[in-house]
Design a protein around this ligand. Structure first.
Ligand code: ADP
Ligand code: MG
Length: 682
């Protein structure tokens, strides 16, 4: 955020070449950088009533020294100075560690101001700062900056103070007055001043609110401007099809669509009929009926004279999808073909020929779909399932197979809305937030590992009724040998226990993909009844007869992942169960187990996950697309993000934004970020 003209920091009193070098390392080059270098926290020296202070909170109190300080040595350099302080009616203890020289400064009966951590149980302040005399109001909230080497926090405070005194006048406000007034935000100069020299918590809150909004607005403006530019440049397909034929197909399905399915279909077909290229994310929990929606969208493309492609992460999923499409289109004249690595030689050549001639309407497959030899006659719609498994490059390649085909990404990973509109800000998002009626909840229980015997008895009961079971062992990294060993051990144990009664299969990431498919096929065909697996089984596998899942060390997984795993059961008519085995040590781990046993709602879980783990961790590893904000926090400032998004959308679609003076600074920032030249956002 640069709102100032660029004045060198060398102009600031006390900044010489050495200091300047260190400041550069902190990313501070000019005065504007300095003014926008915000504290990462504030020390609060406001006096507080001890009765309201929580255990281990930081506190500042003013009181009278009530006992002679006593100094105790333990070891050569380690010592403790203890004295009593009367604060109002409270008699508390103050302790200072390793600062024996403070003893001389304390006089019985004199007034002191001390700050430190409050131990409520011992009624003791562990002193960090001690001053003689009463508390000084003007110093009650002090900014703390992140600094390094030869620049101290005190120096940073001085530099910024100087900058505020001498260089603030030239700062113009990038936020138009209209918006500032609407949200009662302080103006730029005032807010900047407050961020560095807050007088009250309240004013600091207001200043922060302003920068949060500004940061989000700018971010969303970039996203929306980029999207607008993309739309205007794209020469997408305007699909034209007889609506009554599509409706008749929808009516012919063995179920009626949920309201949510109908809503997202309207969103999708509106994109498809428009001249813009669709770029949409379809989110829906496992079993919410995304495939049915995909089929209808594909049919719309076919009716308008185009072909469709459905790309999935694994061969077995491709087979399953092809099967379900074939049954959904049983009464229509639609040709569906499956392209996998096992389609070889003559069959492959024939299939590719028919595809190029337009005789195949829908092609289903894995990455095989994007090989160069695969040519469509007229590709009009591309759907990918579980898109987060595909790289950006692969998606681009597939898109290039048609002339700007519409693209729909489907995912069952319930991404919290907050993240969806930031990470996928340049995509439109549709959400199926409703399950088909009559779905049974998966009963979920949290048990300790020492209950293993009882759990196995429970599993056995289900097996006796003809059902199948998943036993999941944690696998954090695909390459982790220890975890694979884990699965192998459990497999050996269960093979022993169930010998002569049931077949046990083993699945882990070290298996070749052919072997994995083989294992999955056997389980699918009920040739094996118990499948021991690492988390590779997570994606989309559909074995409706499997009704029980046991997860070892469940606390090692995040909520979203547990939910994905659990979604492998509960896919048929039988009541299903999920047993979480865990002896969590942390509170957060226990909390996760509790939440899992209480709800089946993927979106609720993902919001909780985000809350517990924070956005940085949400995707496991740090996602390249995750924006970083200076002041704003995506979780806590979620409402501001929503507001900013709405405002940004309105702005980029208004004429005023692109020509009026009051928006010139915002426009300049879009320009400097390269968005307006159509450069891709990182
Ligand atoms: P997803 O791909 O979102 O996990 P699917 O599309 O595979 O979900 O649907 C799961 C199951 O629910 C399928 O057997 C499908 O036929 C069925 N289904 C889909 N939509 C409905 C609906 N509106 N009512 C009842 N069943 C439905
Ligand atoms: Mg699906």
């Amino acid at each position: 955020m640069k709102h100032q003209q660029q004045t060198s920091i060398a102009e600031i009193k006390g900044i010489g070449p050495e200091t300047e070098k260190t400041l550069h390392e902190l990313g501070i080059y000019d005065i504007s950088d300095l003014l926008n270098y915000f504290p990462y926290r504030y020390d609060d020296y406001e006096l507080r009533d001890l009765a309201e202070v929580k255990h281990e909170e930081r506190v500042t109190v003013e009181g009278k020294v009530h006992s002679e300080p006593s100094l105790t040595y333990y070891g050569k350099k380690r010592n403790r100075l203890t004295f009593r302080v009367l604060v109002g009616n409270y008699l508390i203890t103050a302790v200072c560690f390793n600062r024996p020289y403070l003893k001389k400064k304390l006089t019985l009966g004199s007034v002191v101001t001390i700050s430190g951590k409050w131990d409520k149980h011992r009624q003791t302040v562990s002193v960090q700062e001690l001053k003689n005399g009463p508390h000084q109001e003007d110093k009650s909230i002090e900014p703390v900056y992140s600094v390094k080497e030869n620049v101290t926090v005190k120096m940073m405070r001085r530099f910024i103070k100087d900058a505020l005194q001498h260089h603030l006048d030239s700062a113009a406000d990038p936020l138009p007055e209209k918006l500032r007034i609407r949200y009662k935000l302080p103006d730029y100069k005032q807010a900047l001043q407050t961020m560095h020299q807050p007088e009250t918590r309240e004013s600091l809150q207001q200043a922060r609110r302003r920068f949060v909004y500004e940061e989000f607005l700018l971010f969303q403006l970039k996203m929306q401007a980029f999207r607008k530019a993309e739309r205007e440049q794209s020469k997408g397909i305007s699909h034209v099809y007889p609506a009554e034929k599509l409706a008749a197909f929808t009516d012919s399905l063995p179920f009626s669509l949920t309201n949510a399915q109908m809503r997202v279909l309207r969103e999708i077909t509106a994109d498809m009929t428009s001249p813009y290229r669709m770029n949409r994310l379809l989110q829906g929990d496992v079993g919410s009926g995304k495939t049915a929606v995909a089929a209808i969208a594909l049919y719309a493309a076919i009716l308008s004279g185009y072909q469709g492609a459905l790309m999935v992460p694994t061969e077995i999923l491709a087979e399953q999808h092809a099967d379900s499409l074939v049954s959904l289109f049983a009464n229509e004249d639609v040709n569906i073909a499956l392209l996998t690595s096992s389609v070889k030689g003559k069959r492959r050549r024939e299939l590719l020929e028919r595809l190029a001639l337009g005789e195949i309407d829908i092609l289903v497959g894995t990455h095989a779909l994007i090989q160069d030899e695969v040519e469509f006659k007229a590709l009009g719609l591309v759907i990918t399932d579980e898109q987060h498994r595909f790289g950006v490059e692969q998606r681009k390649k597939l898109k290039n197979k048609g002339q700007d085909p519409d693209v729909l990404f489907m995912t069952a990973t319930p991404i919290p809305r907050t993240l969806a509109i930031t990470v996928f800000g340049e995509m439109d998002v549709s959400v199926i937030d409703e399950m088909p009626a009559g779905r049974k909840q998966i009963e979920t229980y949290w048990v300790k590992h020492d209950m293993l015997e009882r759990i196995l008895a429970f599993v056995e009961k289900e097996l006796k009724q003809g059902r199948q079971a998943y036993i999941i062992c944690p696998l954090i990294e695909e390459s982790d040998k220890l975890d694979v060993q884990n699965a192998i051990d459990v497999y050996n144990m269960l093979s022993d226990v169930y010998r002569g009664k049931w077949n046990v299969g083993l699945m882990h990431g070290k298996l070749h993909s052919d072997e994995k498919d083989q294992v999955m096929r056997e389980f699918s065909a009920n040739q094996c009844q118990v499948l021991v697996s690492t988390t590779v089984v997570e994606v989309g596998v559909n074995v409706p007869n499997a009704t029980i899942m046991v997860i070892y060390d469940a606390d090692r997984f995040g909520l979203s992942q547990l939910h994905q795993l659990r979604g492998r059961v509960g896919r048929g008519d039988h009541q299903s169960f999920c047993i979480l085995m865990a002896d969590p040590k942390s509170e957060a781990g226990k909390e996760r187990m509790r939440i899992m046993s209480e709800t089946n709602d993927g979106f609720e879980l993902s919001e909780k996950d985000l809350e517990l783990r924070g956005p940085g961790d949400f995707f496991g590893k740090k996602q390249s697309g995750m924006p970083e904000f200076k002041v704003a926090d995506m979780v806590h400032d979620y409402r501001a993000l929503e507001t900013a998004r709405q405002d940004a959308a309105n702005l980029v679609s208004s004429e005023a934004f692109w020509k009026d003076d009051e928006y010139s600074m915002l426009r300049a920032q879009l320009l400097s970020s390269g968005v307006l030249e159509g450069e891709k956002l990182s």
